[in-house]
Design a protein around this ligand. Structure first.
Ligand code: MN
Ligand code: MN
Length: 285
């Protein structure tokens, strides 16, 4: 049995009302260790929670009130700035503990920088078949600035260690190294949102990772690496709906929100709204 509860700090609660029996288990992961451009993602989990409290609990894509749905918000995982090994260790312990204790539930992780998806996916052992990534970037470099574990290499490490199929939406910023890697690894696919998304295999057990820089900076200015020509919120919701209709979701993370460079909390509000819409879809389908 994994001992893990002591690795969590109490925090504000997503949705303002706590329900320990809820099937939606929420954990904050304020990882902000390898950010290369603008640091600040460590402040995102609590800001997204605050933003959620300002929103109406109603899903517009499914026309559903979500007021009766509570969340089992466990707080934030303790991460030590400057000690990435310790961060990974704590994240893996907590996620393993959660999977042990809440086996049939949905796991929702509030980042933090994108690197956190790596220890999370190492720790979830629930037969995830397919990783769906919303990101402007591929994060498939082998190394970045001489380091193998950071936000620009995270998907490469995940692919190497898990060998799982990865599908990207909204990707639009590629390095030559990544394009070469893609050519040689056919399990990794990039879809433009205009493609027929029915081509995505259905009835698979999916983990969805949402890097908020997938959105156009006009809608999500508060990210660590903004990239022009991104998705509009409604387009994003349509793709998410299709994925959730056709697959079994195991876990979701929403990463790279950076409150220190945000404008009027727009990015935290949008992240919270996207999560609420996802909850609506999970309830509906
Ligand atoms: Mn990313
Ligand atoms: Mn990105």
């Amino acid at each position: 049995m994994v001992v893990w509860r002591h690795l969590l700090t109490t925090a504000k609660v997503f949705g303002c009302s706590l329900d320990r029996s809820s099937k939606y288990v929420i954990v904050g992961v304020p990882l902000d260790n390898t950010t290369t451009y603008k640091p600040g993602t460590r402040f995102a989990p609590s800001r997204i929670r605050e933003a959620a409290c300002e929103l109406e609990f109603y899903s517009i894509t499914t026309n559903k009130s979500l007021e009766h749905i509570g969340f089992n918000d466990l707080g934030d995982i303790v991460v030590s700035p400057g000690d990435l090994g310790k961060c990974f260790e704590n994240i893996e312990k907590v996620v393993k503990g959660i999977v042990e204790e809440y086996r049939a539930n949905y796991y929702i992780f509030l980042g933090g920088e994108h690197l956190l998806t790596y220890p999370i996916l190492k720790a979830i052992d629930r037969d995830i078949e397919h990783i769906i990534v919303f990101d402007a970037h591929l994060d498939l470099r082998n190394e970045y600035l001489g380091s193998k574990y950071n936000h620009a290499t995270v998907m490469r490490r995940i692919y190497e260690e898990t060998g799982k199929t990865i599908t990207y939406f909204g990707a639009r910023a590629f390095s030559e190294e990544e394009l070469f890697f893609l050519e040689n690894n056919s399990d990794i696919k990039i879809y433009s949102v205009e493609n027929n998304i029915d081509e995505i295999s259905s009835n698979t057990r999916v983990y969805i990772s949402i890097d908020m820089d997938v959105m156009d900076p006009a809608y999500a200015p508060g990210v660590s690496n903004p990239e022009p020509l991104g998705l509009k919120p409604y387009t994003m919701l349509k793709v998410l709906e299709k994925i959730i209709q056709n697959n079994k979701v195991i876990g979701i993370d929403i990463v790279e929100v950076n409150p220190l460079v945000d404008i009027n909390d727009n990015t935290s509000l949008l992240a919270a709204k996207i999560l609420l819409e996802i909850i609506g879809m999970l309830e509906e389908y």
